[in-house]
Design a protein around this ligand. Structure first.
Ligand code: MD3
Ligand code: FE
Length: 218
């Protein structure tokens, strides 16, 4: 059923499940029933491993603040992008992956046709108004046969994805509180990014968007 909002943007809200690209399934609202547990866990993780804006190898500070949980966490600094078993801020292991994370990621992956997905790393991104993530590929993981499961919480964002080449045409889709996307198959290596987050206030997260990406990194 198409919904026509105040600004005349027509976007399908149903069906709840949509194929965005080859191997990419959007599960609208799939995380909603777990919002309390997910947000409590993000808060808990951030108390142990605070959100921080990392530096790229090129010397720019990212506008998105990040932390991690699980056996390994994604980090970047002047020496490059990689997964590290320890948080460089503390030199201690990242907080363990909460059960609600592991199970939600595995259930969503199964829903999208990936029967045995076991994530060992969860990158948590925090966007405040003005933050963005430019077009990139995720290729720091060992085995691209594993999908990536992404969970959006809080303020909506415009997600942009193209194809296997940076120059491929891009599509845009709004990711909202509770949406999950499973990226596997050919789409696993597609270029993607998030446009500058617009200001707003979300009842559950305030002026912020969180995105959890579940990966099998090691
Ligand atoms: C398509 N995060 O952390 S989630 C990232 O909303 C990242 O914070 C964005 O891109 C965010 O690397 C986008 C959707 C997403 C995540 C991983 C993907 C799309 C993907 C990996 C491959 C292809
Ligand atoms: Fe990415």
């Amino acid at each position: 059923m198409p919904m026509n909002d105040l600004f005349g943007v027509v976007e399908p809200v149903f069906p709840a499940r949509q194929q965005l690209a080859a191997g990419a399934s959007l599960l609208r609202g799939y995380a909603l029933s777990h919002e309390d547990a997910l947000l409590a866990a993000v808060h808990d993780i951030a108390a142990q491993a605070p959100f921080r804006r990392m530096n790229t190898p090129g010397g720019f500070q990212m506008s998105v603040a990040m932390t991690n949980c699980g056996e390994a966490g994604w980090v970047t600094d002047r020496s490059g992008y990689r997964y590290d078993r320890n948080d460089p801020l503390s030199d201690k292991a990242w907080p363990p992956m909460p059960d609600v994370f592991t199970q939600l990621a595995s259930h969503a992956a199964r829903e999208a046709g990936f029967v045995d997905f076991k994530s060992d790393a969860c990158l948590i991104n925090r966007y405040e108004p003005g933050a963005r993530m430019s077009l990139h590929q995720d290729k720091d993981e060992r085995d691209f046969a594993n999908p990536i499961v992404s969970v959006s919480l809080g303020l909506p964002a415009t997600f942009q994805f193209g194809g296997a080449k940076r120059s491929d045409p891009v599509q845009k889709v709004t990711l909202r509180h509770g949406d999950i996307v499973v990226w596997g198959g050919p789409s696993r290596l597609y270029y993607h990014g998030i446009l500058t987050l617009k200001d707003g206030e979300h009842p559950r997260t305030g002026r912020a968007r969180f995105n959890l990406t579940f990966r099998k990194a090691l």
